[in-house]
Write a new protein. Structure first.
Length: 215
């Protein structure tokens, strides 16, 4: 496995959701997978998956994986018009800790350009124009940053620590989907969040639970 440089989150490491999705795809299994990131995923180096652990070339553990029990938690949906309105107020447009992030970075014309704006009660929402090439890692990436933006800010960076994702179906390329996030609990430096991906008609395509850690 290689996390190519274009799939970065912070400048020198992989986007957490994309990287976790790559690892989960290699891990396989028929149910949801949980990925715990032990260090920022390195870019453009070969990574090896052995017995549920991802190693870099030096033998350092990058991530641990395991089967997750199916879960029903879903960040509440919103209609496309509400998602577009929320996205217009995306705080990352004026202050972003990682403006080159593949998923939510405003500087990335070639990224997913998911800009989650605030909603009441600790929620976020954003429209997402699905790219022509979609794979499982794309969905994991789309479910990443909308959860982080329930808690992070330009002067309050968080990084993904753990994520479990349940993918029901891949979105259709070229369609405008909706991604939502909600913060469930804050425990010291940790934030527990849920995210969901909805098709244009409102059908649930995938959802995730994740832990973000303040840095």
């Amino acid at each position: 496995m290689i996390i190519e440089a274009r799939y970065n989150g912070p400048p020198d490491s992989g986007n957490g959701g994309w990287s976790a999705g790559v690892f989960a795809s290699a891990y396989g299994g028929s149910g949801p997978v949980e990925v715990t990131l032990r260090r920022p995923p390195p870019l453009d180096v070969p990574l090896t998956l052995t017995e549920g652990r991802v190693y870099d070339p030096t033998g350092e553990v990058v991530a641990q994986l395991g089967a997750a029990e199916p879960f029903d938690v879903v960040a509440p949906p919103v209609d496309p018009a509400t998602a577009r309105s929320a996205s217009a107020a995306y705080p990352g447009l004026v202050g972003h800790p990682f403006p080159g992030c593949f998923v939510c970075g405003p500087e990335r014309a070639d990224g997913l350009r998911i800009f989650p704006g605030p909603q009441p009660e600790g929620r976020t929402a954003a429209p997402w124009r699905v790219p022509e090439r979609v794979e499982v890692a794309t969905v994991w990436a789309a479910l990443d940053c909308p959860g982080g933006w329930t808690v992070l800010g330009a002067d309050r960076p968080y990084l993904l620590g753990r994520i479990a994702t349940q993918v029901e179906a891949l979105p259709e390329p070229g369609t405008e989907c909706v991604v939502t996030g909600v913060v469930i609990a804050m425990q010291g430096r940790k934030a527990l969040v849920h995210t969901s991906l909805f098709a244009p008609e409102g059908d649930l395509l995938a959802h995730a639970r994740a832990t973000w850690i303040a840095v």
